[in-house]
Design a protein around this ligand. Sequence first.
Ligand SMILES: C[S@@+](CC[C@H](N)C(=O)[O-])C[C@H]1O[C@@H](n2cnc3c(N)ncnc32)[C@H](O)[C@@H]1O
Length: 266
Amino acid sequence: MSKELVQQQFGANAAAYLTSTVHAKGASLQRLVELVQPKASWVALDVATGAGHTAAVFAPHVSRVVASDLTPEMLDQVKRLAHERGLTNMDTAIADAESLPFEDASFDLVTCRIAPHHFPSVALFLAESYRVLKAGGIFALVDNVSPDEETTPGFSKAELRDAAAGYNAFEKIRDPSHGRALATAEWIELIEDTGFALIHREHAPKAMDFASWCKTMQVPADTVIRLRAMLDEAQPALKAFLKPSFVDGKIGFMLDELIAIARKPA
Ligand SMILES: C[S@@+](CC[C@H](N)C(=O)[O-])C[C@H]1O[C@@H](n2cnc3c(N)ncnc32)[C@H](O)[C@@H]1O
């Protein structure tokens, strides 16, 4: 059911993801390339590629990139993007992140950006990424995280648990295909449990424009009002995490991306 919801939500809004500022221009795109230092001989896989922004930023640096996604309409956007940028080394593939249709040890790099919060099992996605990577291959992740002691210090565990639940509810009301954004410590534990050696991690705060965030998913007017009220009335820990701002009729809030780079042992 959750995967059907993903295909419905993203199938209906695919074109908006090609131009969405946080996806097309987010700072984590260039930062990923800087951190990964891709090599010209590499074959890369981008999981849950959306409109293909992450695949496209790596394409000029590697020999080939496979941009994969569960939603066919998204892959149409990837083809448009590759055509517009003259990228001839990008292929597309329909693929579920939890059951990748690729041979063992077939990629030098697996990337996945702003998507695992949709996956029913992040552990399965990590196991599949590990399987398709060659020994010594690199796994590069960006995803929105839930509030915890690291992102939002000064609150009790109970307050942070409520804030994490509130943040995920906020996302799910806007996009019913949202599953759960993990907290940073959960990510690190799962990455290491899969067998990867963590090389680097950092947080990248990102400023969100509330109106564009709603528009990308064509959120109905009554739901927009409900989401606005959630921002306005959030408990202190959630407010400290989302940092809502209401200035001259323009609403903004903050999200936090975890960037993690890990290696499959040689
Ligand atoms: C926000 S978009 C991804 C953004 C993109 N990675 C980027 O860097 O711009 C989320 C994507 O995840 C895909 N998705 C969600 N669940 C998936 C799954 N289980 N397997 C593969 N793709 C999935 C959706 O179809 C959608 O295209």
